[in-house]
Design a protein around this ligand. Sequence first.
Ligand code: ZN
Ligand code: ZN
Length: 351
Amino acid sequence: MKILAAVFEREGRLVLKDRPRPQLKNESDVLLKVTGVGICGTDLHILQVPPAHPAKKDIILGHEFTGEVDEAGARVSELKPGDRVLVDPHPGCGLCYECRSGNPDRCIALYTSAEPGHCATIGIFSDGAMTSYIVVPAHALYKINPDVPSSIAALAEPLACVVSASEKLKVQPGDNVVVLGSGPIGLLFTLIFKACGAAKIIVSEISQYRREKARECGASRVVDPHNEDLAAIVKEETGAGPDLVVEAVGPLIPEAIDLVRSGGKILQFGHDELAKPAIPVAEIVRKEITIHGAFIGKFSFNKLPGIMESGVLQLDRVVSHHLPLSKVNEGLDLLRRGKGIKIILYPEECA
Ligand SMILES: [Zn+2]
Ligand SMILES: [Zn+2]
């Protein structure tokens, strides 16, 4: 049986093709019916020419997804057909030095594994979920209440990243924060900081559409850095400077260093392989700034069913479009033009 799939054919090209429906091979695997898959900024980076993110050619993209168990392998006792699940697309190999040091988010097999779906990131280095069915290892799955809409459950991967990153920051009620960039990641940070009791949340974003979304997610002030003086506004709002700056774009760490208060923290989340900003080292030293890097989720998936089922974060505000999978290239174009936030695709059978 053939199913429609969005395949990363070659540099800059995502093509809809028929692929054979996958089948269970290992007893610890699960066959999922995909019920929703998000388009990530990373997918845009992969499809950029030249690419701003590595990926394996000829794989199906889609690493932010949710699904329903269709068939569970013989050794999978925790899940049964019909269960709805969140998926961690990079659960770690469990064998490398990093995994065995408690850091599966830095698993060395993420980029290199030869065994699809087990170690290499699903949807970047092995076949992903921009299709109707996918086989994943059971240890990558987290059961969730089926009342949570697929459009919300498909946010699990970016939310896991942001929850893990937020744990490094320990935002306290009354803190002032600046978020540079209000794509899906910037908005998820904004929602979390609001829930943590941040006093001022200033969001800098060039797209008017995205600035409006930032307001909806709890920004106390939004700034257009191309037409307004961001540094002056941040100073006016915070006096000494914000306690924390999140860089959710890629090349803006010099701006973050300039904005943050002495002794403050910067979180570098945006990552663009092509961005090589010049770092003002002396300012880091003089201001005694702490800079954190944050990549993917680390043991944060466990918290996601609770976050999604309780509704503590208004995650629906991050989702801008719902499209059938066949319109994936339309969705990519919307994002390139800054006219979307998180676009959720649905395989035809679910649309
Ligand atoms: Zn992603
Ligand atoms: Zn590993």
